[in-house]
Design a protein around this ligand. Structure first.
Ligand code: ADP
Ligand code: MG
Length: 796
């Protein structure tokens, strides 16, 4: 994290190396102490020889001419160093031609304390401040990097205990947040000014010193000494800390190649130096141009390594070293131009603040400890003893579980609230208990029932609400499993029509009405519709008294209430659902009875006629036998003559036979009609019984799946439907059979077998519920002429 300060430009100073041949006519320092004017004669080498001068003026942050090392540090270095101690990155950089005094400015004369440069003074200042700032702890590390011919060299690699650099060598790497560092560069902790200076001098010794025409000690490389500072507040003891890097940079000479007359190795060095400085200048130009997004820091090691020191989060100061002799005027101009460009670069220094995670945890732990102590004090003051705020132990959790169980069972009246953790655990235990209960109920229901879909269960739930229940745990409509009430008997009741519930009610009312009629009272108009069925009454009584519920084994399915007697149910059925077919049946029976009565009359008539015929025939035969014994009574023509009595008998016999035939023909027709009517009545009765059986089974007996199969027309598994039990034959039918039996037996005892067989056939037909559709055979024996009269006439 960085705390940004107000943006600022790079501060640029001019420092001139003292010389007896200072070109006063060409270089003028104006009294403001910030401006340098440079005059240059026209280039004589280009053949133009005159006294014309070109003039330039450079306004910078300060001109350090004939100024002591101490003052230079004071004006150039001190602010940057102090900023680094506060957490700001800082860079002090010397730029200029070889021999202009860069090394003198940065390092100074190593043999003279008074002439020591910015680096030793900065190190001194750092440790002086570290000693002064007792409210902070500081850790200081040093690294010393040399860039020579585009190669990174660790000037402190020879220091004892320094880790060896890996095969990849050192690499400039960019860090998160925009900073750069050199991977593989050794970092040396220093605890005092002396330790730091030892490292500085150690590194200086290793600098590559090239032989040079102008200055045999002139360095041919860029050197960057970095002071890494980390500071933490002693007083705040928080996890925050600040870091900073203080780069002290001694650049290689910026002189042009041709001027020095370099050759061979020196030429190569000069090329690299110029190249890196050229790119440094390009980077600076790019930084100064705010319209440019990309800054080519990575073109050389120098610019890459100085990326975070040239632009961005850094206090940067440039010292442009010049050698103020007339012969060096071009280099001076070049250096001043670079300096003026550098001054345009905007910087945004910011404090590098970080949070130490380890410390943060420690801090929070300490805070928790303090708060616990605070709670303890509060509890003591409130007389709450033995409070604990630690995570619950297994024993404590088990105790809470036991409390919740006892609370649910009713043996524990309340659970005392002790702590937030305890409350949370109590809720967790309640949740667990509820889930277990739910699973248990679900398993039990699955064992006893095939659970119905929501849509199907709606009707049952509605019926359950209206009819009451046995207070069992069941599936509550539309809400999955839950503890509720449902009537198990309703699971077996399915309407034959949408108004099934109504039909049940009506049935119950009808039943009630009958009973009340017997008892001489009637249900009042305002009387609420409720069942007086003793079974239901008993059920309702138990419903209001849960203690009286009889325990039921888990394996035993919940049975419906006892079905009503069939005879009673049949009466109800005939009165309502089967009323139409019952009406037709009654009408058919009336017709049948009427035809049977007629058949009886005809039978009696025929039998009477037969008896009279027989007696008349006998009388006539006897008469003729008597006459024959007395002699033939013949007429004059010899034709036998009937006497009056015989004639009377013959006429009577003829009349009787005519009567017999007529009655017999009518009897045969009536018999066919009776047979047909009987068939219709049988059909009606069978249908009435079949429908009643279906209704009764579906309403009171059959399991749900069988009812569904019945409705769908699917074949029913044997055994699922109760054996059909025919109702007792109705009284009129029984009477009819008994009467017929008596009559026939009276006429002919041999008719008993016929009667029995016929009676069994009728019963079989009723039992099997077979809907005989066979056409009625009309066997009306319309006699044409003389027919042998049957001795016995059977009916049906
Ligand atoms: P550079 O590092 O730029 O090549 P140096 O710092 O080595 O140049 O300076 C070259 C010579 O000039 C050195 O002998 C140094 O002592 C001397 N010199 C440079 N600047 C000053 C100064 N301001 N005061 C005294 N001597 C100086
Ligand atoms: Mg130097």
């Amino acid at each position: 994290m960085m705390i940004a300060h107000v943006g600022s430009e790079v501060r640029v100073f001019i420092r001139s190396r003292p010389t007896a041949n200072f070109a006063q006519e060409l270089i003028q320092y104006l009294p403001d102490g910030q401006t340098v004017s440079v005059h240059q004669r026209k280039d004589s080498r280009k053949g133009v020889v005159n006294n014309q001068l070109s003039s330039w003026s450079f306004r910078l942050d300060g001109v350090l001419h004939d100024v002591s090392q101490e003052e230079v540090y004071g004006r150039v270095g001190r602010g940057v160093v102090l900023g680094a101690l506060e957490g700001y990155n800082g860079t002090v950089m010397c730029f200029g031609q070889t021999g202009a005094g860069k090394t003198y400015t940065m390092t100074g004369a190593t043999e003279s304390y008074k002439q020591r440069g910015i680096i030793p003074r900065a190190l001194q200042e750092v440790f002086h401040e570290v000693e002064q700032r007792l409210d902070h702890t500081f850790s200081v590390h040093l690294s010393f990097l040399e860039i020579y011919n585009e190669t990174l060299v660790d000037l402190l690699a020879s220091v004892r205990g320094c880790p060896r650099v890996g095969p990849g060598g050192m690499v400039v790497v960019e860090e998160a947040g925009g900073g750069v560092s050199v991977r593989g560069l050794s970092l040396h902790p220093v605890h005092s000014e002396e330790e730091a200076l030892n490292l500085l001098f150690e590194g200086e010794m290793h600098r590559i010193i090239g032989a040079h025409a102008l200055n045999k000690n002139s360095s041919r490389s860029h050197c960057i000494l970095t002071v890494h500072i980390e500071s933490r507040s002693r007083t705040l003891s928080d996890a925050k800390y600040v870091t900073s890097k203080l780069n002290l940079v001694d650049l290689a000479g910026s002189e042009r190649l041709g001027k020095t007359g370099s050759e061979g190795q020196v030429l190569k060095e000069a090329m690299y130096i110029n190249k890196s400085l050229l790119f440094l200048e390009q980077a600076i130009l790019a930084l100064a141009d705010r319209r440019r997004d990309h800054v080519p820091f990575r073109q050389t090691k120098l610019t890459h390594a100085l990326k975070d020191s040239l632009g961005g989060n850094c206090n940067t100061v440039l010292v442009a070293n010049i050698y103020g002799e007339a012969s060096q005027i071009e280099e001076t101009l070049s250096t001043l131009r670079f300096a003026s460009r550098m001054k345009c670069v905007q910087m945004a220094p910011a404090v590098n603040e970080h949070t130490d995670p380890v410390l943060q945890v420690r801090k929070l732990e300490k805070e928790i400890q303090l708060l616990k102590q605070e709670l303890c004090i509060h509890n003591t003051l409130a007389n709450r003893m033995g409070m604990s705020y630690d995570t619950l132990s297994e024993t404590q959790v088990a105790e809470i579980q036991s409390q919740v169980q006892r609370y649910l069972e009713g043996s524990l009246d309340e659970i005392n609230i002790v702590s937030i953790r305890q409350i949370q655990e109590v809720f967790a235990q309640f949740k667990q208990a509820m889930q277990q209960q739910e699973q248990k109920v679900k398993a039990q229901l699955c064992q006893n029932y095939t659970l119905v879909e929501k849509a199907q269960s709606t009707a049952a739930s509605t019926a359950a609400k209206s009819r009451g229940s046995q207070g069992t745990v069941g599936m509550v409509e539309g809400h999955g499993f839950g503890v509720g009430v449902a009537a198990p008997s309703e699971r077996h009741i399915r309407p034959l029509s949408p108004g099934r519930t109504k039909s049940i009610k009506t049935k119950e009312l009808a039943s009630q009405g009958r009973k009340e009629a017997v008892e001489g009272r009637s249900p009042g108009p305002g009387k609420p519709v409720e069942s007086v069925n003793p079974v239901q009454r008993d059920r309702e009584g138990r419903e209001h008294d849960p203690q009286s519920q009889e325990p039921q084994g888990p394996q035993e399915p919940l049975r419906p209430d006892s079905p009503p007697p069939k005879a009673e149910a049949f009466e109800d059925f005939k009165a309502e659902r089967g009323s139409e077919i019952n009406r037709i049946l009654k009408e058919n029976k009336l017709v049948l009875l009427e035809r049977r009565a007629r058949l009886r009359e005809l039978t009696e008539g025929v039998n009477t006629a037969k008896r009279e015929i027989d007696s008349t025939s006998t009388a006539l035969r006897q008469w003729r036998d008597k006459r024959q014994s007395q002699g033939q009574f013949v007429s004059a023509e010899g034709v036998p003559v009937l006497d009056e009595a015989e004639l009377s008998l013959v006429l009577r016999l003829r009349e009787l036979k005519t009567q017999y035939r007529q009655q017999y023909e009518e009897l045969c027709g009536t018999k066919a009609e009776v047979s047909y009517c009987q068939h219709l009545v049988d059909q009606c009765r069978t249908r009435l019984l079949t429908e009643f059986e279906s209704w009764y089974n579906e309403s009171f007996l059959l399991p749900e799946e069988v009812q569904a199969m019945l409705r769908s027309g699917a074949p029913i598994r044997p055994g699922l439907v109760p054996v059909y039990k025919a109702l007792a034959l109705e009284e009129d039918e029984q009477e009819h059979f008994e009467r017929l039996r008596y009559e026939l037996l009276a006429d002919s005892p041999s008719a008993i077998s016929f009667y029995n067989a016929q009676n069994r056939t009728v019963q079989r037909r009723n039992y099997s519920k077979a809907m005989s559709q066979a056409p009625v055979q009309k066997t009306t024996p319309r006699g044409s002429g003389r027919t042998k009269l049957p001795a016995i006439l059977s009916v049906i």
